[in-house]
Each structure stands twice: as structure tokens, then as C-alpha cells.
Design a protein around this ligand. Structure first.
Ligand code: CP
Length: 302
């Protein structure tokens, strides 16, 4: 199978074969094989980030530069969107300025899909509201495969604010497509039973969620998307659902700890656990460069 997509909008859209094309290409790029073959020299990539970002924006910038492309980042506050310009007009103007691809982060679910229909260049979804964050899930899955091998039958728990998490949704689609057994866990107000219909196991008991897991992915509470309080206090959340040394000691001996960042130390994860040798959080971040190189090269050269 070959890659035929111009844009990367979601993991839900992708087949398992397409996911593996990206991951295999990322592996070659990480190992610096064929780096000349994968040049994007002369291409111009615009990062349009309408929400804050550290990891995703910087990794896309480094990925583009590593492939020889020019890259320019625009943040929401510094753009003419603040003067009433529409997202469509902004994208069309960026296109007129010579963009060969647009990497978009936006608070509205579906905004990358919308842009892909009105602008004739690849659109890469860098996070759209609570919908999806495909490049994050791909780097998470890359890291899991690097550590655990084939994910078929592996037990992966995602613990935290699932309801408002685009990372959880993208990972759920990707992990299930690769044959992993996925458990979603957290307070009942943040982990609806409806996720079972997508193929996930759902529990509101962290002990059940962590028992036998090969890896746990922790998620922060997405205060910026919540319009109401979903639990009594952060202290209470940390006491019940935060991964501390005691909970870690009850997990499988080699179980991995992942987190997409940004971390809220002392809430979803105890600080010493985040810094322990069981955590692969910074490996995830570093793998994000090769994964995004693969995404950019596949989409721009299709
Ligand atoms: N994981 C993630 O999307 O981090 P940033 O918000 O810093 O890009």
C-alpha cells in the first residue's frame, strides 16, 4: 500500500496500514536512513497556532527545518484574526504568500477539515478542540511500539480527563486499529460509558484500570475546555486518580508511563513518578520530531 492522502486530519480516518506507513517512515528518519531522499527543500510550511503550544509547534518547526523546508509560525494573538479576519481568509492569504502546507491548531473541532476543503494545500491537524490530535497519537504509538514491540494484545490504559481530550480520542482510534486493548479511566463525569461502543473498556476505578496494564497514559484536566466543575477539587482528584509511587508499585514491574504534556505535577502525576525511569515522557517528545517529519513529507509529496 502507498500513502495517497494530501492532508492529515484525524486518526479515525486512517487504516492500520496507513498508520504503519507513517510509523515506518518515522523510524527510517529517526535512524537517519534516506534523509536525502526525504528532502522538502524549497517548500514553505506555515504553522497556524490559534491555541497555545510548546511541544507540537516546536517539533513541527524542527521537523520542517530538518527536511530543508522554510517554516514560519503564526500565533492567534499575533495574527489579523484578532481584527475580525476569518480563518478561511487567513488561510487563503497564507496560501497566496506561498504556503505549500498549513499546520493548524484551533479550538474548533473540524476546523482542519474545513480548511482542507477551501485551500488547495495539505492541512495537518495539530489539535482541533476536543476532537483529535493525530500527530500526538502517532508519536505516542511510535514510542509504545519502540518499547513494547507489536501492540496487538498489549494493554494500554488512558487515565484522566477523557471527555475533553483530543489526545485520548486519537490514541483510542490508533491503538484499537493496531490491536491493543484500551482501557479508559477516570471520574465518571469525565469518562462516559459511551466510549465502550467505540471498542474501549471503561472503568472509574484506577486500581482496575492499572492492574495488568503494559502502559498507562496520563492526561491532565483540560480546564480550558470545561464549562462546569466535574469533580469537587484538584486535591481530591489527585488523591483518587493521581499516579503516585504507591499506585505505581501495584502496576506491572515494567509498565511504562506516558504523558502528552503539559504535565500538572502533583495532580495527575506525582513529581517523582514523572521523573522516574519508568516514564518515557521525554522520549515521546523527542520521537515527535521524526513522526512529524514523516507526516510532512508524506502529505507534501503526495
Ligand atoms: N502535547 C501537546 O500537544 O503539547 P503542546 O500543547 O505543548 O503542543
Amino acid at each position: 500500500m502507498i500513502w495517497t492522502r494530501k492532508s492529515l486530519l484525524s486518526i479515525e480516518d486512517l487504516s492500520s496500514e496507513e498508520i504503519l506507513i507513517i510509523l515506518d517512515k518515522a523510524k527510517k528518519l529517526k535512524e537517519a536512513k534516506d534523509s536525502q531522499t526525504y528532502s522538502l527543500k524549497g517548500k514553505r510550511i506555515i504553522n497556524l497556532f490559534m491555541e497555545p503550544s510548546t511541544r507540537t509547534r516546536v517539533a513541527f518547526e524542527i521537523a520542517a527545518k530538518s527536511l530543508g523546508a522554510d517554516t514560519i509560525s503564526i500565533s492567534g494573538e499575533a495574527s489579523s484574526l484578532t481584527k475580525g479576519e476569518t480563518l478561511k481568509d487567513t488561510a487563503m492569504n497564507v496560501r497566496a504568500l506561498g504556503a505549500d502546507a498549513i499546520v493548524l491548531r484551533h479550538s474548533s473541532p473540524g476546523s482542519p477539515l474545513f480548511l482542507s476543503k477551501v485551500v488547495d494545500v495539505p492541512i495537518i491537524n495539530a489539535g482541533d478542540g476536543s476532537h483529535e490530535h493525530p500527530s500526538q497519537a502517532l508519536l505516542d504509538i511510535y514510542t509504545l511500539r519502540e518499547r513494547l514491540g507489536n501492540l496487538k494484545g498489549k494493554k494500554i490504559t488512558i487515565l484522566g480527563d477523557i471527555l475533553f481530550s483530543r489526545v485520548a480520542r486519537s490514541n483510542l482510534w490508533g491503538l484499537l486499529k493496531l490491536g491493543a486493548i484500551v482501557t479508559l479511566a477516570g471520574p465518571s463525569t469525565l469518562v462516559p460509558l459511551e466510549f465502550q461502543s467505540l471498542g474501549a473498556r471503561v472503568t472509574h476505578d484506577p486500581k482496575i484500570a492499572l492492574k495488568g496494564a503494559d502502559a498507562v497514559m496520563l492526561l491532565r484536566i483540560q480546564h480550558e475546555r470545561q464549562k462546569a466543575s466535574h469533580f469537587p477539587s484538584l486535591t481530591e482528584y489527585a488523591n483518587i486518580f493521581g499516579l503516585d509511587r504507591k499506585m505505581l508499585s501495584e502496576m506491572k514491574e515494567n509498565a511504562l508511563i506516558l504523558h502528552p504534556g503539559p504535565l500538572n505535577r502533583g495532580v495527575e502525576i506525582e513529581s517523582v513518578v514523572a521523573d522516574s525511569n519508568r516514564a518515557v515522557i521525554l522520549e515521546q517528545v523527542a520521537n515527535g520530531i521524526a513522526v512529524r517529519m514523516a507526516i510532512l513529507h508524506l502529505c507534501i509529496t503526495t
